[in-house]
Design a protein. Structure first.
Length: 711
């Protein structure tokens, strides 16, 4: 097995398979370097398979030699040697998950420095202060990420430990919390990208930045982002420094600015989508360090889709625009059109993620989680957020920070989750026990309202009126013209009174009870898969339910007691009433044609025609199996679109979508148990449970459905 590939390697793989192999970061770099000939620092990627092997059995055999070979090639490409005291090669070591997880895993920059190579860097650059700054940054980052008191002198030892630290960060608390919130499978692993360092902190003619090819908050067609001169990339995304708008590059370094705009246009047209680009300018020369689809607010997603589809010659059709935004059209994002008169803002900052949110002030991620568990809406207020705050952000109605720019961690994550956010509100001072907003003291529990569209912060609840984003009506009109079926058609999209907020949740005790009602009995591991959660958290919840008398142990698994079954059935009935009996029945009817396709695909996976007769598929014909997987992937796309388009459906249905996605990805990655094996959370197993849930929500039984020929 090959564990290491250079970034200019031509893989010949579809985008999803390439990202699965070398991670999303390296996949984007490979597209830029190998296909588009854009300026990318040379480097190599260590595959996700190496990470999975490391996490299960330790450092993979042969990986050291592959890394050494790749490093020799890298040295030849840049004309410097790793560990050389005269003209040292320094590298960055960065994570790269198959699915974008911004800021959730670890990175180490300036790796390769010790006393000798620091002197060599000072001599080669002619700037001793610059070399000292790089050494300081390396030591601080290395000791924090690797968890040691001092960095070793040997650059090769540094590199080995850094790669291991990135591998381990896949299972960090913050990464796990983000995956749960996003429905990302926990066993994909992360790749590691190793690149020659380029230095944004090498004098006034150097800078680091992040840009989006369009405004990810509003969708406006103009470059949007942050730049920080004489800095490295971590300074920009951390949110702890005062950044400048990316347009400043045009003024201070016009040649680099023009090149940056050209690259942004090339990438947006190549991907036919909003792009999030990280870049460094070293001594006036532009380098691109990452490209990925940009996280955007729901409102921006609609505007971007409409404007791209209407732009002459842009490679996005109206049909593709509708398909891309179908999940938003049945319950479109809103815009504020009126606010109660006489309301004055306490402070203002940068409008980082649109929408209005009202909630109690909390100043820590743990407080946000606790409050959300108690059913309270909260605004997480921080000086700046870090990846460690992600659990709190996932449960907050909105986010407010006193520092940070439009490309800071808080802004990027909030936009991706559709959470209203205001960042860089300098009048907000987060203190140990309270928050001072321009002299107005707010304690934990005090209510504030933030407007992520205007950047304003208000005391108390601010009433007003909202209306659906106008682009929603355009896209719905296109869908009707093109004959694209839109389950949950939004109709006239009326104006709604009140304040729009957002709350997300992690699985709770009720979800465990609901899962056991569907499964009958289950182990901790099976419940963790069903709830897209960790085994430890599920075990805690099950233990509480056993103590409360709702769950009991039977044959080394858990099942509902009589009291627990009654509680679970009452919850299903409440969900049916809240959703509406007609919606539940329509969902079950819409499930039927998809169900037939799933059964056909699973049957084709298990049996195939041999000599005119059906025989067990022994999976020796790779081409046949690949064709069945492609068939399953096609209907999975249709099933996902169908699930996303359901209006006001019970939130449990989102878990099925995440589980189906995970099973599909694992099956296509080569673990064929995830097609139909009952021993894992396979596609067929999840699909069967989804059917059972829909039957219960419709107030029917499986026996009735079987008698009618529908089960």
């Amino acid at each position: 097995m090959t564990y290491v590939y250079t970034l200019d390697h031509h893989h010949g793989l579809p985008p999803a398979e390439l990202a699965s192999l070398i991670g999303g970061k390296a996949a984007g770099l490979t597209v830029m370097a190998a296909e588009l000939a854009l300026p990318v620092p040379p480097g190599f990627a260590i595959t996700t398979a190496a990470c999975r092997e490391y996490l299960s059995a330790g450092w993979p055999s042969g990986l050291d030699q592959e890394i050494a070979t790749a490093m020799r090639r890298l040295e030849g490409a840049v004309g410097r040697r790793f560990g050389d005291a005269g003209n040292p090669l320094l590298v960055s070591v960065r994570s790269g998950a198959p699915v974008s997880m911004p800021g959730m895993m670890d990175t180490i920059l300036d790796l390769g420095l010790n006393e000798r190579t620091t002197r060599g860097l000072a001599d080669a650059s002619g700037d001793a202060a610059f070399a000292a700054d790089c050494r300081r940054r390396f030591v601080e980052m290395y000791t924090r990420v690797v968890g040691v008191a001092t960095a070793p002198d040997d650059p090769w030892d540094q590199l080995r430990a850094a790669v291991e630290a990135v591998f381990r960060s896949w299972n960090s608390d913050r990464a796990s919390a983000y995956r749960i919130r996003e429905g990302i499978a926990g066993d994909l692993g992360t790749a590691v990208t190793v690149q020659a360092m380029v230095f944004g902190n090498w004098g006034a003619g150097s800078a680091s930045g992040v840009l989006f090819t369009r405004n990810p908050a509003t969708g406006e067609a103009s470059l949007y982002g942050d730049v920080l001169f004489a800095s490295q990339g971590e300074d920009v995304v951390a949110g702890a420094h005062r950044t400048e708008p990316v347009s400043v590059v045009d003024e201070r370094l016009p040649q680099a600015g023009a090149e940056l705009r050209r690259c942004a246009e090339v990438l947006e047209r190549h991907f036919a989508d909003l792009c999030d680009i990280e870049f460094t300018i070293e001594q006036g020369r532009l380098w691109l360090l990452q490209v990925r689809p940009g996280k955007r607010s729901p409102r921006a997603a609609l505007r971007i889709a409409v404007e791209m589809a209407e732009a002459p010659g842009f490679p996005l059709s109206r049909a593709q625009a509708v398909e891309r935004t179908a999940a938003l059209l049945s319950h479109p994002p809103t815009v504020s059109i009126a606010r109660r008169s006489g309301v004055t803002a306490l402070a203002s900052g940068l409008p980082a993620s649109p929408g209005v949110a009202t909630g109690e002030v909390v100043t820590s991620a743990s407080a946000a989680v606790t409050a959300a568990d108690e059913g309270r809406s909260v605004i997480l207020v921080r000086a700046e957020t870090s990846p460690d705050d992600v659990r709190g952000m996932a449960r907050a109605a909105g986010v407010l920070t006193s520092r940070g720019g439009l490309a800071s961690h808080a802004a990027v994550v909030a936009r991706g989750w559709g959470i209203p956010a205001v960042v860089g509100a300098e009048a907000v001072e987060v203190r140990e026990r309270d928050v001072n907003v321009a002299g107005h003291v707010l304690k934990d529990g005090d209510v504030i309202t933030i407007d992520g569209s205007t950047g304003e912060v208000f005391a108390g609840t601010v009433d007003g009126s909202t209306a659906p984003a106008p682009e929603a009506a355009i896209l719905v009109g296109w869908a009707r013209e093109l004959g694209i079926e839109m389950p949950g058609d939004p109709g006239e999209l009326p104006v709604q009174p009140g304040v729009v907020g957002h709350q997300a949740g992690e699985p709770g005790n009720d979800d465990v009870v609901r899962a056991l009602l569907i499964k009958g009995s289950a182990t901790t591991e099976s419940l963790a898969s069903a709830l897209v959660s960790s085994g430890d958290r599920v075990r805690e919840m099950v233990d509480r339910l056993v103590a409360d008398g709702r769950v009991e142990v039977h044959d080394e698994a858990f099942r509902l007691t009589r009291e627990g079954r009654g509680f679970a059935e009452a919850r299903v009935a409440a969900d049916r009433q809240a959703w509406g009996a007609r919606n539940a029945e329509s969902a079950l009817e819409g499930f039927q044609p998809l169900d037939r396709r799933v059964k056909d695909a699973v049957t084709a996976w298990q049996l195939r025609e041999v000599g005119g007769a059906q025989a067990a598929n022994d999976h020796t014909d790779a081409a046949y199996d690949a064709s069945v997987l492609e068939r399953l992937a096609g209907l999975h796309h249709d099933a996902t679109t169908w699930l996303l388009a359901m209006s006001n459906a019970p939130r449990e249905l989102d878990l099925y979508r995440a589980r189906l996605q995970r099973a599909m990805e694992l099956a296509r990655a080569g673990d064929h148990r995830f097609v139909a094996s009952p021993r894992v959370d396979s596609y067929h197993s999840v699909w069967f449970e989804l059917h059972e849930d829909l039957i219960l929500l419709a107030g029917r039984s499986r026996a009735e459905e079987s008698a009618a020929g529908r089960a």
